[in-house]
Each structure stands twice: as structure tokens, then as C-alpha cells.
Design a protein around this ligand. Structure first.
Ligand code: ARG
Length: 609
């Protein structure tokens, strides 16, 4: 396979580029070289490349906007040069590139880039031949802390958001070839276990020999909490169980495990339904490391006495909110476990990037943890990257916090069931139950239900709150999973119904060239080739709605193409009289790009729907 690098060498000493870098990155390197050779004193100027959004073809496809900035810099040195002249010089110094058809100066001093059709056709052929390949990025070892519900408590819609966003981020980063560690920081430790264990001992005295039949752990939790609040003797015993648990007394450990297992099973069914893969490493894992991180912080002189507690300030100014590292009763807190966890992840798991996918309500907590980790030299901001990927709350259609009609928190299993019910109704309303086999119908139903729930979460800017509405997410128009999945199914059916076999694409590519003559063919090709830019942007900024918007754009641009370009011609009798191979290949390339994006977004396309 001919790489961009090889092609550009053939074109004569053009920038050496990795074959899979994105168009924007390629152009950054081209214009970076132009700046360096035309204005060596400004060689470090960051290159500004923007996609051209104008529908008018005369402005080209991308734009370099560095001329105005350079003009200012020259002025500061007493040299006056008009941006347009600078743009002209930049243009003259651009090394030849296989991606570029031509460069033009426009407006006050923009350099407009017109992409090469030959390059686009060959990039799409490669995509069909070898599959969608990831852009080249610097590899990192990244831990994604997501989902992370709490034992014995309801896994709520906030955890659902974390689960959905976290899973997609993992898929994105894995596709970019990072070394990804998926971690479930389960809330499985802490004082609440004292009362749970004490209650278990009373309710199921035989728990050591027989698994207790706790079906409703939330109820069990409520009961034990009530006793804890009302019964002094119980409260005392609960406290003593906390101590024995932390010491590792076998009976208490056993009771704790039994309780955790009940929750674990519940969480697992949700994960299976939503196709989530995650490895559990709960707070309990850090018990010994909490002891050692406390010693470590004490040794650095960072712990301060505060009414019996040991606190730590995030920085030397001693402002903001300090962390509580040791409680006055000697116990540890959420802060302690996160300090132990960040240290373990950076020093023992040797990660150089940690992503916490947790609701926005905890942003102060994470900012404090990050600062404290830096202050105690656990974290080195020059080599480590840490992100709190925060998200807003889920609201009901009334704009208030998402609750059931009776005001209770919504059980996730019930929510997924409701999604299944609604998506089946949607399919039936389209008469699909009459054409699909029972298995096909079931696949379509699940794909729709879970796809909608995930997509409606991912397609908004995660930072804002979002309104959960089955009616909205099941609409078949606009930027919804339904629209994308239907469009995808339609695209797949084109090659399937053209009367020829398009299953062996490399074979077909030997005989067929991709032609990008029609304006809409060209537009579709350029849209598809934005994929790498989008993936890089998503992974830099950790936002997935950019990818959703891209999918939507691909689908709408595809529809424009399909409406104006015949892929299959039929006569009046409806017989196929001609098949446009190049266009079928464009359909297949579109399907391949969508398939890859869908995978990252957790959407499962079905071939019939
Ligand atoms: N269990 C916590 C909660 O439900 C989330 C944990 C997030 N991860 C972390 N390292 N603190 O709020």
C-alpha cells in the first residue's frame, strides 16, 4: 500500500508525514514548514488551520489564517508588510503535498487550500481496502475511571451517564491505539458497611454457611440505617464492625463480600445489557495504600491538625477547601481513597494519563485532589495528564431532576425496560414487525432502545444538564440514533440490492476507480475524510458530541449525494439497467466510516430494521 509519506516523496521532498495523520495535522505541517522557511525568526508560531464552512466551492476546503498574526509580529519589529503579501509568501514556500490541489490567496490574507481529488480517491480506496484506520497519535497509558457506583445503593442516572460516556471514551482511546485501563472505582468501602454487616448478622445469622437471600439491597440498607439511627446498642456494634472489617477479621470480610456480591450482580446485568466492559478496582483495594499515603503525606509535612482531624491544603496559599485525610476517629474518607488511588495509578500502574468520568458536582473534589497530588509530587504536570470529565445532571421532561412519577429515583433496569418497550412500539408503528423475523425484530428493538439511550446522552455537550425524553430520542428525524441507524441500514442495502456482489472490495477496487466528478460525490468524499480530524479533536478535548455531529453530517451529506447521484439505474419496469460501481463504493466507504463511529458511540447497527 502506498502511504502518504511515499506519495509525497514521489511528489518531491514534501513533508514526511505518517500515512494516517489527519488532514488538519498534515496541513499544519505543510504551513509550519512554509512559515519556517519564509519567516525563520517566527518558526515556532502555532499554525492555524480551519476548515472552510462556506458552501461556496470557491473558498476551498481549509484555510491557513496565520498571515494577520505574522504581520502584527513583523510590525512589532518595525517591518511593515501587508497580510496579503505575507500570505503570498507563505503560499510560495509551501512544500508540494499530495493532499493539495491548489492554494489561493483570499480576502485580507487567507491562504485557501483546495484538496486534491486524486488524493481523496486514493484515501477512500485505501479505506475500503484496509478498513478504517486510526490516525497516528502519541501513545499513552491511560486509565479511565468511570461508572463507579456504590455498593448497597442505587446505581442512578448519574452513574448511567458516567458509564455511557466512559465506555465511549475508552473505545475512542483504544481505537487511537492508546493503552487503556478501564477501571470501576466501586464505592465498596467505608463506614456504612459497619451497619450493613451488623444488620446482616441479625437478619441472616447463618450467613457464613448459606448465601443470604437479599433481593432488595436498597431496602436492606434502609432498614439497617433506621436501626443505626434509633438503636444505641446497634450503633456501637456497627462501629465495631467497621473496625473489624478494616482489620480484616474473616467473618466481617465474609459478610462484606456477601453484600458486595449482591450489588455486583445487579451492576453486571446493566453492564451486559449496555455492552460495557470494565474492571473492578473498588475503594477497598486501596485500604493498605491509604495507610501508606497517609504516612507519605505526613512525612512530607503536609498534614495539619484541625479539631482532631488531619487535613491537607491543596496548595501553599491554604485557601479553598482542604482535604480530610484522617477523620477524628482515625477513619479514612473519600479524599483519602482518591489520594491513595491517584498515587497507585501514577506510581504503580505507571499511567501517564488519568480520566475521571464523574458528575460536575464533584469538580471541586477533583480539582483539590489534582492540586494536592501535585503539591505532594505524586503528580508531575509535565509528564502526567489528569482530566475530570464532568457532566451535568439528567432532568425529566418537566425540567426537574429525573424521578419517577411517585418521586422515587428511577431504577436503571426499569429505565432500560421502558426503552425496550418504547422502541418496539416505534418499530411496530412503522409496520416492521410484519416484515422482520422475530429475531431480526428483537435485534432491531435492542439496537434502537440502547442506542437511543446512549446516543441522546453522548450527542449533547456533556457539561450541560440534559433532558431525558424517550419521545425525543426515538424521533426518526434530526440528530438522533434512530435517524443514524436507519440511514446506515439504507446505505448497506444499496450494495446488497444492486444485483452484483460487492462483498470483496479489494477485488472490485482492482477494476474500479473512485470518481469524484459530481459536486455531491466530492462533498461526500471530503466529509468522510474529516474523520481523523474529528477523532483527534474528540480525544484532545474529551467530548463525544463532536463525533455525533460528524455522524449526523455524514448522514445528511450522504442523503444529498444519494438524492442527486444515481447509484443504480432502473428502467420503467423496475429492472436494473446500470450500476455505477464508483458510487456503490462511495456508499460502502460511508458505511465503513459510520460503522467505526457507531462502534465508538456504542451503537449497534443491524442490517435490517
Ligand atoms: N462512587 C462515587 C460516586 O458515586 C464515584 C467515584 C468516582 N471515582 C473516583 N475516583 N472518585 O459518587
Amino acid at each position: 500500500k502506498k502511504s502518504i509519506a511515499e506519495e509525497s516523496n514521489a511528489a518531491g521532498g514534501a513533508p514526511k508525514l505518517k500515512e494516517s495523520s489527519s488532514i488538519t495535522e498534515h496541513l499544519e505541517s505543510v504551513f509550519g514548514q512554509a512559515i519556517a522557511s519564509a519567516f525563520p525568526e517566527f518558526r515556532d508560531t502555532p499554525v492555524i488551520i480551519a476548515p472552510v464552512n462556506s458552501t461556496s466551492a470557491k473558498f476551498g476546503d481549509y484555510q491557513c489564517n496565520n498571515a494577520m498574526g505574522l504581520s502584527k509580529k513583523l510590525k512589532e519589529k518595525g517591518i511593515s508588510k501587508a497580510p496579503r503579501d505575507i500570505a503570498t509568501e507563505l503560499k510560495g514556500h509551501c512544500p508540494p503535498s499530495p493532499l493539495i490541489e491548489k492554494l489561493e490567496i483570499a480576502g485580507a490574507g487567507f491562504v485557501n487550500v483546495f484538496l486534491s481529488k486524486d488524493y481523496a480517491a486514493s484515501a477512500l480506496s485505501n479505506l475500503l481496502r484496509y478498513g478504517v484506520e486510526p490516525p497516528e497519535v502519541k501513545k499513552r497509558r491511560v486509565l479511565v475511571d468511570f461508572s463507579s457506583p456504590n455498593i448497597a445503593k442505587q446505581m442512578h442516572v448519574g452513574h448511567l451517564r458516567s458509564t455511557i460516556i466512559g465506555e465511549s471514551l475508552c473505545r475512542l482511546l483504544e481505537f487511537l491505539q492508546h493503552d487503556v485501563i478501564r477501571t470501576n472505582h466501586l464505592g465498596d468501602w467505608g463506614t456504612q458497611f459497619g451497619m450493613l454487616i451488623a444488620h446482616l448478622e441479625d437478619r441472616f445469622p447463618n450467613y457464613l454457611n448459606e448465601s443470604p437471600p437479599i433481593s432488595d439491597l436498597q431496602l436492606f440498607y434502609k432498614e439497617s440505617k433506621k436501626r443505626f439511627d434509633e438503636d444505641e446498642e446497634f450503633k456501637k456494634r456497627a462501629y465495631s464492625r467497621v473496625v473489624s472489617l478494616q482489620k480484616g477479621v474473616p467473618n466481617s470480610i465474609k459478610a462484606w463480600e456477601l453484600i458486595c456480591n449482591v450489588s455486583r450482580k445487579e451492576f453486571q446485568t446493566i453492564y451486559e445489557r449496555l455492552d460495557i466492559s470494565i474492571k473492578e478496582r473498588g475503594e477497598s483495594f486501596y485500604q493498605s495504600r491509604m495507610l501508606s499515603v497517609v504516612e507519605y503525606l505526613r512525612g512530607k509535612g503536609l498534614l495539619e491538625e484541625d479539631e482532631g482531624r488531619k487535613i491537607m491544603w491543596p496548595d501553599d496559599t491554604k485557601t479553598g477547601i482542604p482535604l480530610t485525610i484522617v477523620k477524628s476517629d482515625g477513619g479514612f474518607t473519600y479524599d483519602t481513597s482518591d489520594m491513595a488511588a491517584i498515587r497507585y495509578r501514577l506510581e504503580e500502574e505507571l499511567c501517564d494519563w488519568i480520566i475521571y468520568v464523574v458528575d460536575a458536582g464533584q469538580s471541586t473534589h477533583f480539582n483539590t485532589i489534582f492540586k494536592a497530588a501535585e503539591r505532594s509530587t505524586i503528580l508531575n504536570p509535565l509528564t502526567h495528564r489528569v482530566d475530570h470529565v464532568q457532566f451535568g445532571v439528567v432532568l425529566g421532561e418537566d425540567g426537574k431532576k429525573f424521578k419517577t412519577r411517585s418521586g422515587d429515583t428511577v431504577k436503571l433496569a426499569d429505565l432500560l425496560d421502558e426503552g425496550l418497550k418504547r422502541s418496539l412500539l416505534q418499530l411496530e408503528s412503522r409496520g416492521r414487525d410484519k416484515v422482520l423475523t422475530p429475531q431480526e425484530l428483537k435485534d432491531a428493538q435492542e439496537s434502537l432502545a440502547y442506542g437511543c439511550i446512549k446516543y441522546s446522552d453522548l450527542c449533547h455537550n456533556r457539561i450541560s444538564d440534559y433532558i431525558f425524553s424517550f419521545d425525543k430520542m426515538l424521533e426518526d428525524r434530526g440528530n438522533t440514533a434512530v435517524y443514524l441507524l436507519y440511514t446506515y441500514t439504507r446505505i448497506c442495502s444499496i450494495a446488497r440490492n444492486c444485483g452484483e456482489d460487492f462483498s470483496n472490495l479489494p477485488e472490485i477496487l482492482k477494476k474500479t476507480n473512485i470518481v469524484l466528478a459530481h459536486e455531491k460525490e466530492w462533498k461526500l468524499a471530503k466529509t468522510l475524510l474529516k474523520l481523523h480530524d474529528i477523532l483527534i479533536k474528540c480525544s484532545k478535548e474529551l467530548f463525544l458530541h463532536f463525533l455525533c455531529e460528524f455522524c449526523f453530517e455524514v448522514c445528511t451529506v450522504f442523503t444529498e449525494f444519494y438524492d442527486s447521484c444515481y447509484c443504480i439505474e432502473k428502467n420503467k419496469q423496475g429492472d436494473i439497467i446500470a450500476v455505477n460501481h464508483s458510487r456503490i463504493l462511495l456508499c460502502e466507504a460511508t458505511a465503513a466510516v459510520l460503522r467505526q463511529c457507531f462502534y465508538i458511540l456504542g451503537l449497534k447497527p443491524v442490517s435490517k430494521m
